[in-house]
Ligand binder design. Structure first.
Ligand code: DQA
Length: 149
């Protein structure tokens, strides 16, 4: 049986363009480009396509989620600080109804209290938090597993 190749939208939210130089004790030393290369490699191993976008702007992320409809079968998102503030991102994900996995480099539950609440988690399939760059790899694996089962 031939299986349709899955296409996954990978979204990186605000300040993640600074990875590598931004608070490396919390977020690690890998740059966003290096993380994206690891994701490309994992996507190849899983035989899926990924389309990667980073934006510091909430509206751009909302537009990207809307345009995923009919284009991508899953969304992998690190919403950055918008995790804790953005009803717009949450509504966009609920609106397109595309299975979404939320990832965080740091374990947000071990950090400041304002990071303990996610507006995204209730509309996500699940969340992976605290494994550094590996959170993205685990998140992609989990999303593809979810879509294929
Ligand atoms: C983050 C955690 C958020 O609280 C923070 O605002 C970020 C990064 C993470 O990947 O650990 O920008 O999403």
């Amino acid at each position: 049986m031939t299986q349709r190749t899955l296409s996954i939208l990978v979204l990186h939210g605000p300040n993640l363009n600074l990875l590598g130089q931004r608070e490396p004790g919390i977020y690690g030393v890998l740059s966003l480009n290096e993380i994206n290369r690891l994701l490309e490699k994992q996507a190849e191993d899983l035989a899926v396509n990924i389309d990667v976008v980073q934006s510091n702007h909430e509206g751009v992320l909302v537009d990207k989620i809307h345009s995923a409809w009919g284009e991508h079968q899953g969304i992998l998102i690190n919403p950055g600080a918008y995790t804790h503030t953005s009803i717009a991102l949450r509504d966009a994900i609920a609106g397109v109804n595309i299975p979404t996995v939320e990832v965080h480099l740091s374990n947000v539950y071990r950090r400041e209290e304002f990071r303990h609440h996610s507006f995204i988690a209730p509309v996500a399939v699940g969340q992976i938090s605290g494994f550094g760059a590996q959170s993205y790899i685990l998140g992609l694996q989990a999303l593809v597993y979810h879509l294929r089962n």
